[in-house]
Write a protein that binds this ligand. Structure first.
Ligand code: SF4
Length: 109
């Protein structure tokens, strides 16, 4: 986890407009898919979303929600891996997450 990087990124925006700075920061590093979904939803309102996501990709963040995407071991994943059998829609969710990432990163450069 790189909490310092998160704090540094969040510090670039005015206080009160960066959700991970004003809400429970545990949501962004939770093991609960419900919390992660909420963190991703909040990231989508953040003015730093694109720069946060591109920075997280560049740093290969080991885990947590960054720029609205979930990272595990430096890679963007669609969802926390549930224990047991894989979800039936795992491939579809991974494709959707990749498409969202491609769209966001195409706006960065
Ligand atoms: S995009 Fe999400 S993780 Fe990044 S600074 Fe904004 S609220 Fe925090």
């Amino acid at each position: 986890m790189n909490v310092l990087a998160l704090a540094s990124t969040a510090a670039q925006a005015a206080p009160g407009v960066v959700p991970c700075r004003t809400r429970e920061s545990e949501l962004w590093f939770s093991e609960s898919q419900t919390d992660i979904d909420r963190a991703q939803q909040l990231c989508r309102t953040c003015p730093l979303q694109v720069s946060c996501l591109s920075g997280a990709v560049a740093r290969k963040e080991p885990w947590g929600v960054w720029g609205g995407e979930l990272f595990e071991k430096g890679e963007i994943v669609a969802a926390k891996k549930p224990k047991g059998r894989p979800r039936k829609d795992a491939d579809e969710r991974a494709r959707a997450a990749q498409e969202r990432l491609n769209e966001r990163l195409s706006g960065v450069a």
